[in-house]
Write a protein of this length. Structure first.
Lengths: 347, 506
């Protein structure tokens, strides 16, 4: 048995691959659910019910999907250019921290205030990734290591801030930052739910990323750099400039995710505000085969797993950690599925 | 001669493409069989089937009378078939001995029998006349030496039939000649050989028998003594192909002037005291044995390398520090040495590659957005004008055959009527038809007044196309001689570095 490169990857395979990957991941996770003494079919039914069963649960799923779309885009942009940004989690927290900090006492009217806060959230994420990108360009330091380790540094820094300078004295001892000014909260998309207009901003961002990658000079150059750095460089594309631009763009998206989560959902920054949005963004990007439209679909799926698992856990007693297991399994099965979309098995 | 190897009715299809169609071959004991054919004729597929890398759709392979199970490389190795690939499969950070032992020992054994392996290796090296030092690191060996290690690796596994895929593709001519002498010696030791090639002169020089493949079919078998290069060329291509001939014409003013240029990279002097001039309507041929600085000269003229000393002017303008984009803007067309790694991005569409170099010009983008319609129309024009077959603007570029990919790169360079054209090994790996097309395109550019620097390891090509020739040796250039004065002996001396410094002038 050997693998042969496909001359052409048909569109149906691009769509079928993630579906098959997810199915296989769910079958594998079913084993664990069964081991916890619960019928997997019941558990998955509870999960779907929990994620889509009511108006409230549906909006909750989309609320969860919002940051995942953005961290998914962050990973997709970076991976396209072969910048291995594993630091989405850190960039998310950096965006959240700066937004909460500045948003607590920003003397601006609501609309410009929100715009400013979103932009500085993006900037915070972008700056955080610029460092590793610079180290790679200047000294060849592997960005997988630097971005991954920065996540822990940033989260610990957030912990330091919410225990110290940014601590909210009204939070009854919970480590939480002071809240942003209520003027700057993102308006609800649907009244009396947590779904905020950030969801639309995330969808628009996916559209924007698609437009930029497919239609602009920068996007075309980025794809060329990612596919063949030597040919791109021969054609006169500056690899360092392109990589730095990609880093700022990618970090900006993850920072925006954090910023919107604060303005739209939590109002404060805490070290527990993310169930791993940054890491899950990597799975989202891979399930989407790095395509912006796929990112939206994959983000909704991963949000379904997160939200549904909580409900399932309440109903059946299976620990909600199963959500993390399913998401991680999806990454592994998707990597295998991608192998089969690029290559054909030849006997 | 009893046949040691028989292929019978081998057929292999890849989707709609029939790569091998009812191909039958025999190889006699102690024989050298040349498998001749253009790129894409099915030579490599056939050998991959023999070696078990692919399973044939029909047909059988017999080695020493035993039928091989299909699709199992191990079976071929065990039966005594060894393969030397065009691209070597050696680990550079290991020694020669390590590389040779690699894969020949069971993973489960806890002791490694280096001592007996070394003994066996030295015996084989002695017997077949392939001297090596077992403890040398492979990364420090020359290309010719690495190939020797590859051959030894096969012999170490007791190969009695050796298949060499394009063995001279990476060798300079003296190394190639030495290889063929060695191969002849090896047949006296009872080995039987198949070598795959599309170069007529080496087939004529080194084989006993020739099988010609075209379009997946075996079209002819000849005893080498009974045929001629002309006949083989026609059999291989399927029609008469004539390369275009350079006609004398008036040469214009100097375009590119290099004076005492020096290039250093990675702490080494790559090019030293380089002086040359190319005039409008002139082709300057740079000949030399591979690895003598041609890649650095290519990088210099492409804008990828910046000289540390000397001057480089294009129509009087300093072009030392322009970088690739600036060089393109200054009117330089560039055909890179390796079209796959530098010339095109294989996964992008043909139209994207057509405009990639000039994406930021108003012709192909406005306000940061790519002008897709204009770009595709431009690509369609190139496809039409340069006869790029099998391509539409939206085709993935990697699906193009080598010759068509090269025509795309050529077209992209020539469509801007370059002042200077760099052609670095422009016909490497191309078949006869494509070579003729590239040559006529270069001569047409010369006729249109471009100054052309042709870097080539093919002497026939350099002599046929160039107005003047300089040889490159260890990063330095000989004095130029007119092509009319370039006989093989003189060029050979120049390429060996024999020239008098007094003549060293531009």
């Amino acid at each position: 048995m050997r693998l042969e490169r496909r001359a052409h990857v048909p569109l149906y395979l691009v769509i079928v691959a993630p579906v098959v990957a997810v199915t296989v991941a769910l079958i594998l996770a079913a084993g664990l659910i069964a081991a916890a003494g619960v019928n997997p079919l019941t558990a998955y039914a509870e999960m779907v019910q929990g994620a889509f069963g009511s108006r409230l649960s549906m909006t909750e799923t989309l609320t969860r999907a919002t940051p995942l779309i953005l961290t998914g885009l962050a990973a997709a942009i970076a991976f396209r250019a072969r910048l291995w940004n594993i630091g989405g989690e850190g960039q998310f927290f950096m965006g959240a921290l700066v937004t909460a900090w500045v948003g607590h006492s920003l003397g601006l009217p609501p609309v410009p205030g929100i715009a400013v806060l979103l932009v500085i959230g993006m900037a915070a994420g972008a700056v955080l990734l610029a460092g590793p990108a610079y180290l790679r360009l200047r000294f060849g330091v592997d960005e997988v290591v630097t971005t991954l380790l920065l996540n822990f540094i940033v989260i610990l820094f957030v912990g330091l801030m919410v225990e110290g300078p940014l601590r909210d004295p009204m939070a009854f001892g919970w480590p939480s930052s002071v809240p942003v000014d209520s003027d700057f909260r993102l308006p609800d998309l649907i009244a009396r739910t947590r779904l905020h207009i950030g969801f639309l901003i995330a969808i628009a961002a996916a559209g924007g990323v698609w437009l930029i990658l497919a239609r602009t000079v920068f996007g075309t150059e980025t794809r060329a750099v990612g596919l063949s750095p030597s040919a791109a460089s021969f054609a006169g594309i500056s690899l360092p400039k392109n990589l730095m631009a990609v880093a700022l763009f990618s970090g900006g998206m993850a920072g925006l995710a954090g910023s919107m989560e604060v303005l739209g959902v939590t109002a404060v920054v805490t070290t527990t505000m993310s169930p791993g949005f940054g890491y899950a963004g990597i799975v989202v990007a891979m399930l989407a085969a790095l395509h912006p439209a796929g990112v939206v679909a994959a983000a909704v799926f991963v949000a379904t797993v997160f939200v549904g698992a909580d409900a399932m856990s309440r109903a059946t007693g299976v620990p909600s950690f199963i959500a993390d297991v399913i998401v991680a399994l999806c990454l592994l099965t998707m990597l295998v599925a991608l192998l089969f979309t690029t290559y054909r098995v030849q006997r | 001669m009893s046949p040691v190897l028989e292929l019978d009715g081998i057929t292999k299809r890849f989707g709609a493409l029939t790569a091998n169609d009812q191909v039958s071959l025999t190889l006699g004991q102690g024989e050298i069989l040349a498998l001749l054919g253009e790129n894409g004729a099915g030579k490599t597929t056939l050998m991959n089937i023999l070696f078990g890398h692919y399973a044939a759709d029909a047909g059988t392979v017999r080695v020493f009378g035993q039928e091989l199970p299909s699709g199992r490389p191990r079976a071929a190795i065990d039966a005594g078939v060894g393969m030397v690939h065009q691209h070597f499969t050696l680990a550079g950070n290991l020694t020669v001995l390590d590389n040779i032992m690699l894969g020949s020992e069971s993973l489960l054994r806890t002791t490694s029998s280096r001592k007996s392996a070394r003994k066996k290796l030295l015996q084989i090296a002695e017997r077949f006349g392939l001297p090596v030092s077992p403890d040398a690191k492979v990364s420090r060996l020359s290309v010719g030496e690495r190939q020797r290690v590859e051959i030894l690796k096969a012999l170490y596994r007791d190969a009695r039939i050796l298949i060499l895929d394009e063995p001279t593709a990476v060798l300079a001519r003296p190394e190639a000649q030495r290889l063929f002498e060695t191969l002849k010696e090896m047949t006296k030791e009872g080995l039987s050989l198949i070598f795959i090639s599309h170069k007529l002169h080496e087939v004529m020089a080194a084989s006993d028998r020739v099988s010609v493949l075209r379009g997946g079919r075996l079209v002819a078998e000849r005893k080498t003594a009974d045929t001629s290069a002309e006949e083989l060329a026609e059999l291989m291509v399927g029609r008469k192909v004539e390369r275009p001939v350079r006609k004398d014409h008036k040469i214009g003013a100097p375009v590119l002037v290099a004076k005492s240029v020096r290039v250093e990279a990675e702490g080494e002097v790559k090019l030293d005291d380089l002086s040359f001039t190319v005039a409008a309507g002139e082709i300057l041929g740079i000949v030399g044995v591979s690895g003598n600085g041609q890649a650095s000269l290519g990088a210099l003229l492409s804008g990828l390398a910046i000289p540390t000393a000397g001057t480089l002017t294009l129509e009087g303008q300093d072009v030392r520090r322009l970088g690739p984009r600036g060089v393109i803007r200054a009117g330089v067309g560039r055909i890179p040495e390796d079209r796959h790694s530098e010339g095109v991005v294989g996964e992008l569409a043909v139209w994207e590659n057509a405009v990639l170099e000039r994406l930021r010009t108003p012709a192909f983008s406005t306000r940061g957005f790519v002008r897709q319609a204009a770009s595709k129309a431009y690509a369609a024009g190139l496809i039409d004008q340069f006869d790029i077959r099998g391509a539409a603007p939206d085709t993935r570029t990697r699906l193009l055959a080598g010759g068509n990919m090269q025509k795309l790169i050529l077209g992209r360079c020539l469509s801007i009527s370059p002042k200077l054209l760099l052609a670095n090994q422009p016909t490497r790996g191309l078949d006869e038809g494509a070579i003729a097309a590239v040559h006529s395109a270069l001569l047409a550019a010369r006729g249109a007044g471009a100054a052309i620097v042709l870097i080539s390891e093919e002497l026939e090509e350099a002599v046929a196309l160039s107005d003047r020739i300089q040889a490159m040796v260890k990063g330095r250039l000989s004095h130029p001689i007119p092509a009319s004065a370039a006989d093989p002996q003189r060029l050979g001396l120049m390429m060996a570095g024999v020239w008098t410094e007094g003549e060293h002038a531009t």
